[in-house]
Ligand binder design. Structure first.
Ligand SMILES: NC(=O)C1=CN([C@@H]2O[C@H](COP(=O)(O)OP(=O)(O)OC[C@H]3O[C@@H](n4cnc5c(N)ncnc54)[C@H](OP(=O)(O)O)[C@@H]3O)[C@@H](O)[C@H]2O)C=CC1
Ligand SMILES: CC(=O)N[C@@H](CCC(=O)OP(=O)(O)O)C(=O)O
Length: 343
C-alpha cells in the first residue's frame, strides 16, 4: 500500500516515518510539506537520513493518483477541509489533529476555528483502537484520538462500563512532555521555561475536555462532565494521567483490577502493571504501549487510576498506524512491535 504523510516537518510526521519504514505492507510514497517542499528528508530530520525522499508541495489530484492512504499531521483547522477532498478521490485518511473529533458547535467553542463539513464529522470514525475497532475497520476517514484522551479513556472506559464509578466529580490530572505541543516555536516550550519547572496550563479550558466527555458517553454509555487539568513536565515525551473518581460501594482493588484485565485480555498494547507497581512514562517510551494501574481507596471512597503512554506513539503516530492496520484488516500490531527505549 502506498501512503503519504501531510505536515511532514512536524514531530508526528517524524514518528510516522520511523514506524512506516519498518511496516512490511506500507510503502512511504511521499511527504507533503507546506513550508519545506523541495528539501530532502535527511536535511529536515538528520536522524532519518538513510531514507532518500524529498518533501513535496501538495497537489490534491496528483496525490490521489499516487497514494492509497494518507496520514495528516497538521495543526487544527487544516485537515477539516483537506481530507474530505482526498477521501472523495478514493484515498483513505487518518487524521492526527482534532478536526473530526467533536460536534461542529463544540469544535468551534473549544478550538475557535471553523468546523469541518457536518457530513464528514458524521462520517469520521473515532479511532480509539481498543474500543472502536469494528467501526474503524469499515471507515474511510479515521479521526485519531488526542493524546490526553487516549490515556484517560483507556483507563476510564472499563471502569464506567463495569459500573465501578459512582455519581460525582471525576478529576483528571494530566502531565505531558513538551513534544505534545508540537515542533513549532512557542515560548512555553523553550528550554528555559520548562527545564526544572512544572506548571498547569489551559486549566478548565483544554480542548481535550469535551473529547473525553463525548467518548465517555458514546463508548462508555456514561454521560458526565469531567475536570481536566493538563500540566507540562520537563521531559521530551510521555503522558501520565491520574484519575480520581468516586467508587460505587462494594468494589475492592482486586475486583477493579479484574475489570481492567478482562477488558484488555486480547489487546496487545494495553498492559496492567503488577499489583503495587504504578505506571511510569519510561516503561512505554518509544512504543505503542499503554500501561495502567488502579486502586480503590476504601478510606475515602475513591478509585484512583493511572495510565501512561508515549504521546507521539500511542498518543499519535503509533495509534494512527494501529488504525491503518485495522482499516486494512492487517494484524493490529503490524509495524508496531518495537519495545520501549530504556532507560
Ligand atoms: N505532538 C503530540 O504529542 C500530538 C499531536 N497531535 C496533533 O497532531 C497534529 C500534528 O502534531 P505535531 O506533529 O506534534 O505538530 P507539529 O507542530 O510538530 O507539526 C505540524 C506540521 O504541520 C504543518 N503545518 C503547519 N502549519 C500548517 C498549515 N497552516 N497548513 C498546512 N500544514 C501546516 C507543518 O509541516 P510542513 O511545514 O512540513 O507542512 C508542521 O511541521 C496536531 O494537530 C497535533 O495537535 C495529536 C496527538 C499528540
Ligand atoms: C503539551 C501540549 O501542549 N500538548 C498539546 C496537545 C495538543 C494536541 O494534541 O492537540 P489536539 O489533540 O487538539 O490536536 C496541548 O495541550 O494543546
Amino acid at each position: 500500500m502506498r501512503v503519504a504523510v501531510i505536515g511532514a516537518t512536524g514531530y508526528g510526521s517524524a514518528e510516522l516515518i520511523r514506524i512506516l519504514e519498518n511496516h512490511p505492507y506500507v510503502e512511504l510514497e511521499t511527504l507533503i510539506s507546506s513550508s519545506q517542499a523541495g528539501e530532502e528528508l535527511g536535511s529536515v530530520f538528520p536522524h532519518l537520513s538513510q531514507r532518500e525522499l524529498s518533501l513535496e508541495e501538495l497537489d490534491l489530484d496528483q496525490l490521489a493518483e499516487r497514494v492509497d492512504g494518507v496520514f495528516s499531521a497538521t495543526p487544527a483547522g487544516v485537515s477539516g477541509e483537506l481530507l474530505p477532498e482526498l477521501v472523495e478521490r478514493g484515498v483513505i485518511a487518518i487524521d492526527l489533529a482534532g478536526d473530526f473529533r467533536l460536534e461542529a458547535a463544540d469544535y468551534q467553542t473549544w478550538y475557535s476555528k471553523e468546523p469541518a463539513p457536518s457530513k464528514w464529522l458524521s462520517e469520521a470514525v473515532y479511532g480509539l483502537s481498543e474500543w472502536t475497532a469494528d467501526q474503524v475497520k469499515k471507515a474511510r476517514l479515521v479521526t485519531n484520538p488526542g493524546c490526553y484522551p487516549t490515556a484517560t479513556l483507556l483507563a476510564l472506559l472499563p471502569l464506567v462500563r463495569a459500573g465501578v464509578i459512582a455519581k460525582g466529580p471525576v478529576m483528571i490530572d494530566g502531565k505531558s512532555g513538551v513534544s505534545g505541543a508540537g515542533r513549532g516555536l512557542k515560548q512555553s516550550s523553550l528550554f528555559c521555561e520548562v527545564e526544572g519547572n512544572l506548571f498547569p496550563y489551559k486549566v478548565a479550558e483544554h480542548q481535550h475536555t469535551p473529547e473525553i466527555e463525548r467518548y465517555l458517553s458514546m463508548i462508555g454509555g456514561d454521560p458526565r462532565t469531567v475536570t481536566f487539568t493538563p500540566q507540562i513536565v520537563p521531559m521530551s515525551r510521555g503522558i501520565l494521567t491520574t484519575i480520581y473518581a468516586p467508587v460505587e460501594s462494594g468494589w475492592r482493588t482486586d475486583q477493579v483490577r479484574e475489570v481492567i484485565e478482562r477488558a484488555y485480555r486480547e489487546k496487545p498494547f494495553i498492559r496492567l502493571c503488577e499489583s503495587g507497581r504504578w505506571p511510569r512514562t519510561k516503561d512505554v517510551a518509544g512504543s505503542n504501549f499503554c500501561d495502567l494501574q488502579v486502586k480503590v481507596d476504601e478510606r475515602t471512597g475513591m478509585v484512583i487510576a493511572a495510565a501512561v503512554i508515549d504521546n507521539l506513539m500511542k498518543g499519535a503516530a503509533g495509534q494512527a498506524v494501529q488504525n491503518l492496520n485495522l482499516m486494512m484488516e492487517w494484524p493490529e500490531s503490524t509495524g508496531l512491535s518495537m519495545l520501549p527505549v530504556y532507560p
